[in-house]
Design a protein around this ligand. Structure first.
Ligand code: CS2
Length: 453
């Protein structure tokens, strides 16, 4: 079996995760990677034949492996037509995506396409797209006109129901831009949901030097990741696909329970540790887990506040899953910066924390740790920590977030942002989040954590 996968968003995560499953699958599947923004990954990879080193960061040492599954790297802003041609080629059967939460150009609170997103406004007015939904739609139109079957769109981002979500934004865009194509997409295109998991901190220049020492090969773009990996894929493809199961993925009928578990238990606590840990002065997740109070805090967040909102996937024990997560977080070989995870909180909080927090409160359960995490995010996006030091906040909504977080009533002003907090959610969570925010501001982060650990 053979074919091409075009991958949009060629960051470290995909090269440390999906690409390795494809490399391990039988047959001859190749990947054309696309960077939707910067040329840096192309400039690093193409001169070295698109090969790169995957570095497994085990607590007892590093292992390296050369990955040779990438065939080419394209840079969308420079060569949008080449990207569309690759997506519309007869041999392309899958277009996968890791474009991060904000790459879907949707409103995080509702999942619908945001027609005012600058890239969508551009795509509505120009034949050559900028956004991921724009590329998907234009390429589907090209395949339709060439009499080809659609590709399968495989979202690999940490979003709930990521398959239906990307299907929704593509169809929303089609209704605005190319309504005649809507029935064909609805009838023939496929958008399986997936759950993806592998902790992959950003590669640093020290990592690059270290990998060169280890392998003797001056790889400009190695990827650093934990030993663990998991990929659960909904069995719903429009055409040929690699034998993902033979490469270790789980191909299942319903991904939702896996997605819920992972987004709430892993990403939810990752974000909580990122904001609280950052404010407490911790640089990395491993460091937060060495802080005994935070380690206890997160253990109770799992047992008291998150697992009650989850139905375990078949054969999985949520207690074992939480225990394994604590060990993965504590891995001293991984330098995963709290600052990195804190990025784009406005896009992450809804599916990671707000969903389960709302369910807890609606069911009459308290969730003070989740509230403290939201309060820590509110403080974080003000751009100044509790000692008055500046924070480099990265978020597509950074400016409005800072304005609101530095206003007279930060909690009220932030909760009024409907892109992040739907009306009902805001109303329900306001009193306990306000209490947590006051506690954090008055007592400081260590005391607020200690009281809940
Ligand atoms: C992290 C994730 O940066 C983040 O927001 O929570 O990238 C996390 O490391 C992965 O989802 C793990 O699979």
């Amino acid at each position: 079996m053979s074919g091409t996968i075009v991958h949009l968003g060629l960051g470290a995560f995909f090269r440390a995760h999906g690409a390795i499953y494809v490399a391990d699958a039988p047959g001859d599947w190749r990947i054309i990677g696309v960077s939707l923004r910067s040329p840096s990954v192309r400039d690093a990879l193409v001169p070295q034949g698109c090969a790169y080193t995957s570095v497994t960061l085990a607590p007892d040492g590093l292992q390296t492996r050369r990955i040779e599954v990438l065939e080419d790297v394209l840079v969308a802003p420079e060569e949008p037509r080449a990207v569309l041609d690759a997506m519309a080629a007869p041999d392309t059967h899958i277009v996968s995506l890791t474009v991060t939460e904000k790459g879907y150009c949707h409103a995080p609170a509702t999942g619908a396409l945001n027609p005012d997103h600058p890239d969508i406004v551009h795509d509505l007015a120009n034949p050559l797209p900028k956004s991921a939904p724009g590329f998907l739609l234009r390429a589907l139109r090209m395949r339709h006109d060439a009499g080809l079957a659609p590709f399968t769109t495989l979202s690999c981002d940490n979003l709930p129901d990521n398959g239906p979500l990307v299907r929704g934004v593509v169809l929303d865009l089609a209704r605005l831009m190319d309504p005649d194509l809507v029935p064909w997409i609805e009838a023939h295109a496929r958008f399986p949901a997936t759950m993806v998991d592998r902790i992959t901190p950003a590669t640093t220049s020290d990592d690059i030097a270290h990998v060169t020492e280890l392998t003797g090969w001056a790889d400009a773009a190695p990827v650093m990741h934990e030993p663990f990996k998991q990929w659960v894929i909904e069995d719903d493809f429009a055409g040929p696909r690699p034998d993902f199961a033979a490469a270790g993925a789980e191909v299942v009928r319903d991904v939702a329970p896996y997605e819920h578990m992972k987004l709430r238990m892993l990403n939810g606590t990752h974000s909580a540790l990122a904001y609280l840990g950052y404010l407490a002065g911790h640089q990395t997740i491993a460091e937060t887990m060495q802080d005994a109070a935070l380690a206890r805090f997160v253990a109770r967040m799992w047992s008291d506040e998150i697992t009650p909102t989850i139905t375990a996937p078949p054969g999985v024990s949520l207690d074992d899953y939480a225990h394994a997560l604590a060990q993965r977080y504590a891995n001293p070989a991984i330098q995963h910066r709290t600052w990195q995870i804190a990025m784009d909180g406005s896009q992450k909080l809804p599916q990671r924390i707000l969903g389960s927090l709302t369910e807890n409160l609606a069911a009459g359960r308290t969730a003070p740790r989740q509230c403290l995490a939201v309060a820590a995010w509110m403080r974080y996006v003000s751009g100044t920590d509790l000692q008055g030091q500046p924070i480099d906040v990265r978020d597509p909504l950074a400016e409005p977030l800072r304005d609101r977080a530095t206003s007279e009533d930060p909690v009220g002003a932030l909760l009024a942002m409907r892109e992040v907090f739907p009306d009902d959610t805001a109303r329900l969570i306001e009193p306990p989040v306000r209490a947590a925010f006051d506690d954090l501001t008055k007592r400081g982060v260590a005391a607020a954590i200690a009281a809940l650990s």
